[in-house]
Design a protein around this ligand. Structure first.
Ligand code: IMP
Ligand code: MG
Length: 180
């Protein structure tokens, strides 16, 4: 592959195999909680969750519907803007429905804090949140996801859907960015 890391290196942190095993166990936890649902609405937060949600829904053995929401993000920087706006709303209704919100990373927590409040206003029957990665040491908002794939230290990571300035989303593993 051509160099897709201008000015930085990527060190593997979580292998593709470890991610796959964890995604499978997260799916079992989700199935347990929603075992009685008639149809689970799985909502992916664009764009970082697209790989995770694709793998996760294929492990969930329940009837599911998939929808997407986009919230404003970091832009091209490594810092959170703290101000969260909804850029693209859901296509479907969630009132009275069981909803699983899927996110790539909880960092300061502002994004999920805002998005869960936004979705709760629509009165879903149940709303649970799953994040592949969590950086608890970075938390500013009072937010805790219901399910977490991996807790990681305060490092900037890429891969498995997660980008740095729109690059490296297609890496099959999670790697940390090291400035060269
Ligand atoms: P929060 O609002 O600070 O919790 O930020 C959450 C969002 O910031 C995530 O959905 C990611 O899109 C982005 N983000 C946080 N940490 C990283 C990182 O290490 N690499 C790439 N994006 C990140
Ligand atoms: Mg994101």
């Amino acid at each position: 592959m051509k160099n897709d890391r201008p000015g930085y290196e990527i060190d593997e942190m979580i292998s593709a195999k470890a991610i796959a095993a964890r995604v499978e166990s997260l799916a079992r936890e989700v199935e347990d909680v929603f075992s009685d649902t008639s149809k689970l609405v799985v909502v992916g937060l664009l764009r970082g969750s697209f790989v995770f949600i694709a793998d996760l829904v294929r492990e969930i053995r329940l009837p599911v519907e998939v929808d997407f929401l986009e919230a404003s993000s970091y832009g091209d920087s490594m810092e959170s803007s703290r101000e969260v706006r909804i850029l693209k709303d859901l296509r479907g209704k969630i009132e009275g429905r069981d909803v699983l919100l899927v996110e790539d990373i909880v960092d300061t927590g502002h994004t999920l804090d805002h998005v869960t409040r936004f979705l709760t206003q629509r009165q879903p029957a149940r709303l649970k949140t799953v994040a592949l990665l969590d950086k608890p040491s970075r938390r500013e908002a009072d937010f805790t996801a219901d399910y977490i794939g991996f807790e990681i230290p305060d490092e900037f990571v890429v891969g498995y859907g997660i980008d740095y300035a729109q690059r490296n989303r297609n890496l099959p593993f999670i790697g940390k960015v090291r400035m060269a």
